[in-house]
Design a protein around this ligand. Structure first.
Ligand SMILES: CC(C)(COP(=O)(O)OP(=O)(O)OC[C@H]1O[C@@H](n2cnc3c(N)ncnc32)[C@H](O)[C@@H]1OP(=O)(O)O)[C@@H](O)C(=O)NCCC(=O)NCCS
Length: 258
């Protein structure tokens, strides 16, 4: 039977920080949780621990600050009796470097138990067809030659009225000890709310959110299906960092705006 829901908050990592130290603190936490995920659940991700543990500090920083990404954190009140592990942090005293921004104080005074990133949006041409004559799918905006190809720079949100915007969810991870408490569901709900509000604010007629799961990750598929995603492609070929092909399940959920 599933454990009762724990009290948690879903918080968005900001793009602006009051000090270099506060940015670095957030980057360190992001890095730790991401590497923890790659270490404990290597089969759930197309990237690898050995690859990302060699990232330079500026790569981690640019992931956090990327204008095309919005990273949400599932945060809980810290357990005072918790043993130090890969992801928990010393409680930061309320010092100057956090500043008085209640959002940032909240983010840095809590335990991070989960994370997920929303990438996009990218406008998708409604009538576009691929080279092989198949209709464009939402994930085609993010995948090129069987690899993720995430545009950098700010999202192009001018002149998107009436268009179809697409978003991609990546890096969903909940610490093993915090699973089956609804954290991933709440993270996804926050991501969906964010994309719906953004798409509607820009007057688009349609928005889609898509994601891919590694072969055999049935728990993740169950989670996404419960939130209204459907499997559009059961075997989407994708090439990993080593050049091996794996056949991912590709899921999507669409929203129409009147
Ligand atoms: C998949 C994952 C994100 C789920 O996180 P979570 O916080 O435990 O998920 P939730 O508690 O919100 O679960 C929501 C529903 O998803 C399904 N689900 C999630 N984990 C499940 C599991 N281990 N077994 C069966 N169903 C599961 C259930 O239907 C669950 O509802 P229920 O608990 O009421 O039965 C987490 O197990 C994880 O981080 N796994 C490793 C990384 C990964 O696979 N990421 C996804 C990459 S696409």
């Amino acid at each position: 039977m599933a454990a009762p829901l724990s009290t948690s908050e879903v918080l968005l990592i900001p793009k602006a920080f009051p000090s270099t130290e506060s940015l670095e603190e957030v980057v360190q936490r992001y890095k730790k949780l991401r590497l923890h995920g790659l270490k404990v659940d290597p089969k759930s991700f197309s990237s690898t621990y050995s690859e990302e543990s060699n990232f330079l500090p500026e790569t981690w920083r640019s992931r956090v600050l990327n204008p095309m990404s919005k990273t949400f954190v599932a945060a809980t009140d810290p357990d005072p009796g918790a043993q130090p592990n890969d992801t928990n942090f010393e409680l930061i005293p309320e010092t100057q470097f956090i500043g008085k921004d209640p959002h940032l104080v909240g983010l840095l005074r809590k335990e991070w138990v989960g994370i997920a990133t929303l990438l996009g949006p990218i406008p998708l041409l409604a009538s576009a067809v691929n080279e092989d004559n198949t209709t464009t799918k939402p994930w085609d905006a993010f995948i090129k030659d069987r690899k993720y190809n995430i545009p950098s720079g700010s999202p192009a949100l001018e002149d998107v009225e009436g268009s179809h915007l697409v978003y991609l969810v990546v890096g969903m991870f909940i610490s093993p000890e915090a699973r089956r408490k609804g954290h991933a569901s709440r993270l996804l709900e926050a991501l969906i709310k964010e994309m719906r509000e953004e798409a509607s604010r820009h007057g688009t007629s349609k928005a889609s959110i898509t994601l891919q799961t590694e072969p055999g990750n049935d728990n993740a598929v169950r989670l996404y299906e419960r939130l209204g995603f459907t499997v559009w492609d059961e075997a989407l070929p994708m090439e990993n960092m080593k050049g091996d092909i794996s056949y991912m399940a590709s899921l999507a959920k669409e929203f129409e705006f009147s």
